[in-house]
Each structure stands twice: as structure tokens, then as C-alpha cells.
Design a binder for this molecule. Structure first.
Ligand code: COA
Length: 384
């Protein structure tokens, strides 16, 4: 049975900051941020937006009533959860008007959560072929103002429907994975911002990729010649570049040139949006699908979540995939955003809603939003 991604959708908040302006405000050479880190813009969420509202928006962009009827599983991968108990998935039931007879829950393992969701969905559909699964990656990446990680922030969500006879990407059911207890990045429950040993995290990430690529080649008797494209977890685009570079000299020059060219297509959206944590790999997939992909291409996907879990798996792009992706809606979302000044971004960063907050809908520029915090419970609304 063929199982994989049948639909893929995306949401990014309307506001962004320009990375050159951020560099100037931090007295840094802009080339460090645009070339050294590899970013151009960074999405900035409004205080009324969070992991729940962004997840609702990306899912809403692809879900039809027919999909909802067939849904048996909803998994949200996030490390920006708004509640230590209730899952992001439970909040989505009303916002997306989902049927009750589904399993809905959240998975946390840093940026790996959505891949855990995708593989769980694969298993679910293989046991329930007439059912579909909705997997959503949703995150706000926050390191803090004037921290080294500030340039690697971002926000957004990617939603995917997993089903049999998928129209976008058939998963090959070939996968290798590994887990190690590593202190490269963490966010204690008391903190809104992450702590990172950024350079160490880079080293672990590259080491995981090399280890898993060796494993994959041995397990499946594979070589780089089997793939036209490798997609990487890209919290900032330089990170994936570092993993890709480990192949230089180990694959033919032609293959390396092809992989590099395709990698450039896969990072276009991330350069414009920044870090999506769990969604980063899948934004790379979407960017590749919209900007360069061809039917029947074999892709290798590298997922990494600090702490740390890595997984390398493969899939085949399906003929007609372009008809299933609403390219105009995605490009409109990316191109019709508003630039925020660095000082406005800094002011908004400090805003934190507390119990008793009521959000005036007239100030909201999003379909899904946090409307109120009542008795410390977050309440959400949808508007047209
Ligand atoms: N022009 C071009 N490139 C420049 C430059 C300039 N003027 N100045 C510096 N650079 C390059 C550096 O050579 C370096 O490139 P390299 O990584 O290929 O060697 C890059 O810019 C970054 O410089 P560096 O001095 O290492 O930056 P930093 O100390 O500010 O830290 C991060 C950068 C990414 C480590 C930091 O932003 C961070 O910790 N982010 C959080 C990342 C993280 O942990 N993510 C985990 C998710 S998996």
C-alpha cells in the first residue's frame, strides 16, 4: 500500500523584521546574518498568536469537509505549547470543527516532533487504510532580544494530511534513526526563551547526519546516486548547508552540484520566514515542491530535534503533486506581509498576556486568535 503526504499547507504570521535592519540595530555586519547565518527575513507573531492559532491556520488552509469525515488521528508536533497538560491538538477540535471520533494529541521532542507525528501517522494509516491523519508542526522560536540566537528566531506552522495513495510524497518506509542524551538546546518550563549551545548543536547535528547517512547506506544498500535531492532540518539555512557540505568529495562532482542546486530551492522559504522549529524540515519540503521539484524524484529527508533525536528517511514525489499544492495562496501569504521596525518588534516582544486579558477583535489581523484568558484558561476564536 502506498502511504504518505497527500496534502501540505503552511501559515506564517503577517509581520516580519528585515534581517539587515536587525544586524544594523545590533551593530553586526549584515553579511554575517545574510551570508554567515543565511537568513533574509524573520516572521514575528502578534501577542494574540501562538502555537494553537498558527496550527489552526495551516490546517485550515488544506482541510476539506471530506478530509474531516475520514480523519482518525490528529498529531501536533510543537515545542511552544501553551499548556503543560492540555495538548495543542485538543484546542484545535473546535477551531477546526473536527469530528469527535479521532485520537488527538501532542508530541514534544524539540524540532523532531512533527517527524515523530508523520511516522506515527504512517503506522496508523497502514492499520486503518480508509482513514487519514492530520499532522501539524507549529512553533514560535524565541531566544531573546540581543542574544546570539536572536537572528535564528521565527514563527509559523506546516500541516500535512497523511493517507493512502498520497498525491504529494509517497514515503518509502525506509528510515534510520537515533537518540542520544545531549545538552545542545533546551527550554525549561519557567522560560519563554530557549537556551542553546549553538555551535555545539551544529556539531551534534552534523554528526547525527553523518552517522545516519552511513546507517542508511548500509541498511538499504543505497548511495547518493539514488537521490536527486536531500532536504535538511533548517532552523537557519547555514545549518543545513553544513550537513550538505559533508558530502563534498564523497559523491561525484555532478551529484554534489545537483544536490547543492536543489538545496538552494529548498531554503528559499526559510530565508524569508526564519526558524519554525518542528516545521523547518517541512517548510524546506514545501519550498522545494513549489520552486523546483519534479514528479518521481527520490528525496532524502533529515530530521533533527535537539536533545537529541535524528531520523533520515526517504520518499518519492508523486506525479501531479503540483495540482494539490495551492502555490498562489502560499506565495500570497509570503509576499503580502508587513515589515515591522526593529523598535516595534522589541516593544511587542515584551508584551505578555496574563489572566483577565480580553483581546479586541478589531485589533486582530488573523483568522484564528487568542481572544481571552479567563481563570488562567486560554480561549480562542475564529473570525472571517
Ligand atoms: N560575513 C560573512 N560571514 C560571517 C561574517 C561576515 N561579516 N561574520 C561572521 N560570519 C560567519 C561565521 O564565519 C560563521 O560561519 P560558519 O558557521 O560557517 O563558521 C557564521 O557567520 C556565524 O558566526 P558565529 O561567530 O559562529 O556566530 P554566533 O557566535 O553569533 O552564533 C549561532 C551563531 C547560529 C551559533 C547562534 O545564532 C545560535 O546559537 N543560534 C541558536 C541555534 C541553535 O542552537 N539551534 C538549535 C536548533 S537545532
Amino acid at each position: 500500500m502506498k502511504i504518505g503526504i497527500d496534502k501540505i499547507g503552511f501559515y506564517v504570521p503577517k509581520d516580519y523584521i528585515d534581517i539587515v535592519e536587525l544586524a544594523k540595530a545590533r551593530n553586526v555586519d549584515p553579511n554575517k546574518f545574510t551570508i554567515g547565518i543565511g537568513q533574509d527575513k524573520q516572521a514575528v507573531p502578534q501577542p494574540y498568536q501562538d502555537a494553537v492559532t498558527m496550527a489552526a491556520s495551516s490546517a485550515d488552509s488544506i482541510l476539506t469537509d471530506d478530509d474531516k469525515k475520514d480523519l482518525g488521528l490528529l498529531i501536533v508536533g510543537t515545542e511552544s505549547s501553551v499548556d503543560e497538560s492540555k495538548s495543542t491538538a485538543a484546542f484545535l477540535m473546535d477551531l477546526l470543527d473536527l469530528p469527535e471520533d479521532i485520537r488527538a494529541f501532542e508530541i514534544k521532542q524539540a524540532c523532531y516532533g512533527a517527524t515523530a507525528g508523520l511516522q506515527t501517522a504512517y503506522d496508523f494509516v497502514s492499520q486503518n487504510p480508509d482513514k487519514k491523519a492530520l499532522v501539524i508542526a507549529t512553533d514560535i522560536a524565541r531566544y531573546g532580544i540581543k542574544t546570539p540566537g536572536e537572528v535564528t528566531q521565527g514563527a509559523g506552522s506546516v500541516a500535512m494530511i497523511i493517507s493512502q495513495n498520497p498525491r504529494v510524497l509517497k514515503l518509502d518506509h525506509k528510515s534510520v534513526y537515533m537518540t542520544r542524551n545531549v545538552g545542545d538546546f533546551w527550554r525549561p518550563t519557567f522560560s519563554k526563551t530557549a537556551f542553546a549551545r549553538g555551535k555545539f548543536s551544529n556539531e551534534v547535528y552534523v554528526d547525527f547526519f553523518k552517522t545516519l547517512w552511513d546507517k542508511y547506506q548500509t541498511k538499504y544498500d543505497a548511495t547518493a546516486a539514488d537521490f536527486s535531492t536531500m532536504l535538511f532540518h533548517i532552523p537557519y539555512t547555514k545549518m543545513g548547508t553544513k550537513a550538505l557540505r559533508t558530502l563534498e568529495g564523497h559523491v561525484s562532482d555532478e551529484k554534489y552540484a545537483e544536490l547543492t542546486e536543489h538545496y538552494q530551492a529548498s531554503i528559499k522559504f526559510s530565508r524569508e520566514v526564519g526558524n519554525l522549529y518542528t516545521g523547518s524540515l517541512y517548510l524546506g519540503l514545501l519550498s522545494y515542491l513549489v520552486n523546483a521539484a519534479k514528479a518521481n524524484e527520490e528525496l532524502l529527508l533529515f530530521s533533527y530535534g535537539s536533545g537529541a533525536v535524528g531520523e533520515l528517511y526517504s520518499g518519492e514525489i508523486q506525479p501531479g503533486f503540483e495540482k494539490v499544492i495551492d502555490q498562489d495562496a502560499i506565495m500570497n501569504l509570503l509576499n503580502n506581509r508587513e515589515k515591522m521596525s526593529i523598535s516595534d518588534y522589541e516593544k511587542m516582544y515584551e508584551i505578555e498576556y496574563s489572566d483577565g486579558t480580553i483581546v479586541d477583535p478589531a485589533t486582530v489581523d488573523a483568522k484564528f486568535y487568542l481572544s481571552e484568558i479567563k481563570e488562567n484558561e486560554r480561549l480562542y476564536k475564529k473570525q472571517n
